[in-house]
Design a protein around this ligand. Structure first.
Ligand code: PEP
Length: 263
């Protein structure tokens, strides 16, 4: 799509690590101290989404650097009787900027549904956070050739009631579930095909201008070896990185691969 090739350069490229349930606060400090000098000249937005208990340390260690900090989830209520949960406002107040919402592991293991994803997305936006909204098909759904139906449904439900203005603060992460933590990466063509489809869905709902500006990441076993090929695609504007974000050199190499091509 020629238009996307032209507009790619104007979109924000976001490389975000999703640390999942890894690293204690002291380990988080050590990893970030390794990452900081390696990504200081990044041409893209660099984000580390870390466990709740690591957030304070991560914010302190990255102060004054180009690394932004994200959480891995938030609750939809502002406050109340939700033992063990964390609100978007709590995250915002300590300086968190991004939050991962609807990751497939939360959908798979913690009963997350498109309805709760939608509520969390709206709460995050209301609090001034930037949600990274994860969508993606199961292997079975891809084999049944319903990937686009699945993605279209998730986008409709997860973004229900989200305004065009709010979309300027939303990042979409296309994460085929079969590629997460499995070592199986979608080919660059498969990633581009679905990311382009996502942009078409956004265009249908929000119009060309908004859709052209939304950052769409690919996630699923992205690593230092395959990042460049994936990030070269017109509609792949970054990556959500699990395993490889826990190794400073690998994460930094992915950030490096996000440098715009020179023409
Ligand atoms: C993720 O956790 O979002 C992810 C893509 O993990 P991995 O890179 O390990 O597949």
């Amino acid at each position: 799509m020629l238009l996307d090739t032209l507009t790619k350069g104007f979109r924000k490229t976001v490389i975000a690590g999703n640390w999942k349930m890894n690293k204690t606060p002291s380990e988080a400090k050590a990893l970030l101290e390794e990452i900081i000098p390696l990504v200081k000249d990044a041409s893209c937005e660099v984000v580390a989404c870390v466990p709740y208990v690591d957030l304070a340390t991560a914010l302190e260690v990255t102060q004054g650097t180009n690394i932004k900090i994200g959480a891995e989830n938030c609750h939809w209520a502002e406050s109340g009787a939700f033992t063990g949960e964390i609100s978007a406002g709590m995250l915002k107040e300590i300086g968190v900027e991004y939050v991962v919402i609807g990751h497939s592991e939360r959908r798979q293991y913690f009963g997350e549904t498109d309805e709760t994803v939608n509520k969390r997305v709206k709460a995050a936006l209301a609090a001034g956070l930037k949600p990274i909204v994860c969508v993606g098909e199961l292997l079975w759904e891809r084999e049944c050739d319903i990937t686009t139906e699945v993605i279209s449904r998730q986008l409709k439900l997860d973004l229900w009631g989200v305004t065009a203005e709010e979309m300027k603060n939303v990042v979409i992460a296309y994460e085929p579930v079969w590629a997460i933590g499995t070592g199986k990466t979608a080919t660059a063509e498969q990633a581009e095909e679905v990311c382009e489809f996502i942009r078409m869905c956004l265009k249908a709902k929000y119009g060309l201008e908004i859709a052209s500006g939304v950052t769409i990441q690919y996630g699923g076993s992205m690593n230092d070896a395959n990042a460049a090929e994936l990030l070269m695609k017109s509609n792949v504007d970054g990556g959500l990185i699990g395993g490889a974000s826990l190794v400073a050199e690998k994460f930094a190499a992915i950030v490096d691969a996000a440098k715009p091509a020179e023409y």
